[in-house]
Design a binder for this molecule. Structure first.
Ligand SMILES: *Cc1c(COP(=O)(O)O)cnc(C)c1O
Length: 228
């Protein structure tokens, strides 16, 4: 059933104001649609939203097939046996955390180049995904060496109940150190050219992430749900 007219109007109003706020700061809005119905995705696509994100590989595939004009970002944990969904359907893969899974995705790329971000477990919490800050330079080198994958940035999730400012600032410092080659010697300077992305910030903490230099934020609840 299509959503009520006023529900769609409310969604588009929330989207419009978030988009204006983020556009003004040069930050890209990823619409995290994992809890949203197809009708809401359709309304945003029609309104001009281009970037969407899903956290499960099969859902990414299904949504990419249903909405081929939109760009689909993979933001969740991945197992090797689902690598082909990401290789075939993702415009960007944000949650790279180990070289084996990265190699598995690359094997299914069939010639195209997939931009990826390395997910960092900045605070080192057990229940969080991502590579440790200590292991980041090595993962950067290993993934950069895989043909077909291009490392274009870093991603993190701030733990709830912790200091999001400190977490996002730490990711920015890691990015800066990686870009300028100071993270270790011999320097592993990136060749990302212009900007090296920082994908950080979700509904609860995106404003903090933007203050700390996010280039992309991932918004689900705040965008798709009624305001709390
Ligand atoms: C679900 C999800 C989001 C969006 O979270 P909200 O709090 O609903 O905005 C962002 N990033 C990842 C990795 C997610 O799984």
């Amino acid at each position: 059933m299509p959503p009520a007219v006023d529900e769609t109007a409310a969604l588009l109003a929330r989207w419009g104001s978030l988009k204006r706020e983020l556009d003004a700061k040069g930050v890209r809005l990823l619409a995290v649609s994992k809890y949203a119905p197809d009708s809401a995705v359709a309304a945003l696509v029609a309104a001009g939203q281009q970037d969407f994100a899903e956290s499960r590989p099969q859902n990414l595939r299904d949504r990419a097939r249903a909405f081929p004009s939109a760009h689909w970002h993979m933001i969740g944990p991945l197992q090797k046996n689902k690598a082909k969904y990401v290789a075939r359907h993702a415009v960007m893969w944000h949650s790279v955390e180990d070289v084996e899974t990265a190699a598995a995705v690359a094997r299914h790329l069939e010639g195209r180049v997939l931009p990826v971000l390395l997910q960092v477990n900045v605070i080192g919490l057990e229940q969080q995904h991502g590579v440790s800050p200590q292991a980041l330079p090595e993962l950067y080198d290993e993934v950069s060496a895989i043909p077909g994958l291009k490392v274009v940035g870093l991603m993190c999730m701030a733990p709830r109940d912790e200091d999001a400012h400190a977490c996002f600032a730490a990711l920015r410092h890691l990015r800066d150190a990686l870009v300028n080659g100071s993270l270790r010697s011999p320097p592993n300077r990136t060749d990302a050219g212009g900007r090296f992305e920082l994908c950080m910030g979700m509904s609860e903490d995106y404003r903090i992430a933007v203050e700390e230099g996010a280039t992309m934020v991932r918004l689900g609840t705040l965008l798709f749900d009624a305001p709390r």
